[in-house]
Ligand binder design. Structure first.
Ligand SMILES: Cc1cc2nc3c(=O)[nH]c(=O)nc-3n(C[C@H](O)[C@H](O)[C@H](O)COP(=O)(O)OP(=O)(O)OC[C@H]3O[C@@H](n4cnc5c(N)ncnc54)[C@H](O)[C@@H]3O)c2cc1C
Length: 416
């Protein structure tokens, strides 16, 4: 017997599961297919820039982040609490009056704060700030149905909220669970998201540091088998491990193949990273596009930002890093179309932007339809377990909590 438990996959869920098992006194080993830990949360260095594998932010208000992560060590560089909205006539800026009082004047004059829609939106959002159990106990419907029922139906919804949420949810269909969206809104109201000074990849590396010598990289697992003596065998090309328990902490599609749990539909994102000599804006804000051509769909860009304004460590001195993110459907939007739209959103030329990398991630997030299920079974029986964001919620919080509760389930099972 090599150890008490083998964890397959060193994404956030697998790492948190392994770390918790160790804290519980269990011998654990992690087997990861890629050449580094982090799964969907990784960074790379190109020409002195730090690029995350797809634009993403860490919200320090996530309960599991507060409980388990040393945020001070990550040196989080935060975005401003607000959003910039490209309109046909101007750029509007809306800020959270509590955290960005200097933006109050701009927010009030943005044209988006019509009393009737603001009141309807406040009524819609109110459950997000109450107790979470009460929020989860409410009847859940799709975001579209829920906003319509609350009579939120004006420019604030269609030009600000929906474009902003499309990037956060990787979905612009309105089919996402309203309860899930309210949980995210709660986090945005409580915390200012940002990125670690060393890139998003520094965050899973911090968890991996608790597992010295217990992670094998570059080794895709091909099978999980029950041996004659009742132990589990985790099989990779040219290597195998035996253990009393196995945790499949891969992405949901691989988990379906290894453990037989049906994978949810996945949503895709594509981020293009550009180097610029001049910053297109001085704002540390996320930019969204409120325009919609008459009768036509919106442009492909769901958000754009000058990353290095919020996170100076992401770019070398005197250079600037821009991210442009689109939804990834059956086909990726053309780079030049997204670049042109991003230029319009910032109000600048883009001819001198140099493309550094393009990250197409077809399986970025599992769908979260209504009614929301926040806790799916992780114990599959016979000491086989599965964890990941698809067992909890489609987020960093969901992945961490899934790993943590699975570790406790494994520990209970091993204790008999
Ligand atoms: C572009 C993008 C933006 C995002 N933005 C946000 C955001 O702003 N806020 C937020 O909360 N969430 C965001 N998310 C979601 C969040 O990153 C994920 O929910 C979370 O990282 C999932 O972690 P996981 O451990 O469940 O799965 P994964 O990260 O997918 O980890 C699975 C691991 O298993 C490994 N693996 C797969 N097959 C095998 C095999 N056969 N053998 C061994 N190992 C294997 C993989 O290499 C991977 O390391 C974003 C995701 C993406 C992609």
């Amino acid at each position: 017997m090599d150890c008490d438990a083998v964890v397959i996959g060193a994404g956030l869920a697998g790492l948190e599961c392994a770390r918790t098992l160790r804290e519980l006194g269990r011998e654990v080993h992690v087997v990861e297919a890629a050449d580094a830990v982090g799964g969907r949360v990784r960074s790379e260095a190109i020409d002195g820039f730090t690029l995350d594998r797809g634009f993403q932010l860490l919200n320090p208000a996530y309960p599991m982040v507060r409980k388990r992560i040393d945020l001070a060590a990550l040196d989080l560089q935060t975005f401003d609490a607000g959003v910039a909205v490209r309109r046909d006539d101007a750029l509007a800026v809306l800020g959270d009056p509590r955290r960005a009082p200097k933006r109050l004047k701009a927010t009030l004059s943005s044209g988006y704060l019509r009393p009737s829609e603001l009141l309807a939106l406040a009524r819609w959002a109110a459950p997000a700030l109450g107790p979470v159990p009460r929020l989860l106990a409410r009847e859940d419907v799709s975001l579209e149905t829920s906003l319509a029922a609350a009579t939120v139906d004006g420019p604030l919804r269609h030009e600000v909220l929906e474009p902003f949420l499309a990037g956060v949810l990787a979905d612009d269909s309105g089919r996402t669970s309203a309860t899930f969206v309210r949980l995210l809104v709660r986090m945005f109201l409580l915390g200012s998201p940002g990125v670690p000074a060393g890139g998003m990849g520094a965050f899973p590396r911090q968890i991996a540091d608790h597992l010295p010598g217990r992670i094998t990289l570059g080794t895709p697992v091909v099978a999980v088998e029950k041996a004659d003596d009742g132990t589990w065998r985790v099989v990779a090309d040219g290597a195998s491990w035996s253990a009393r328990a196995v945790v499949v902490a891969t992405d949901p599609v691989t988990a379906e193949g290894l453990a037989g749990v049906p994978a949810p539909e996945m949503k895709g994102l594509v981020t293009t990273w550009y180097a610029a000599d001049e910053p297109p804006t001085a704002e540390r804000l996320l930019f969204v596009d409120g325009r919609r051509p008459a009768g036509g769909p919106r442009g492909p860009v769901v958000n754009a930002a000058v990353m290095s304004n919020a996170a100076p460590s992401y770019a070398p001195a005197s250079r600037h890093l821009v991210e442009v993110t689109c939804l990834l459907g059956a086909e990726a939007p053309a780079e030049e179309v997204a670049r042109r739209q991003a230029g319009q959103m910032f109000g600048c030329g883009t001819a001198s932007w140099q493309e550094l990398a393009r990250h197409e991630i077809p399986r970025a997030l599992p769908v979260q339809p209504a009614p929301l299920v926040t806790r799916r079974a992780v114990a599959l029986g016979d000491d086989l377990f599965v964890c990941g964001d698809h067992r909890d919620t489609a987020s960093i919080q969901g992945a961490l909590v899934s790993g943590y509760r699975t570790a406790h389930a494994v520990d209970r099972a091993l204790a008999g």
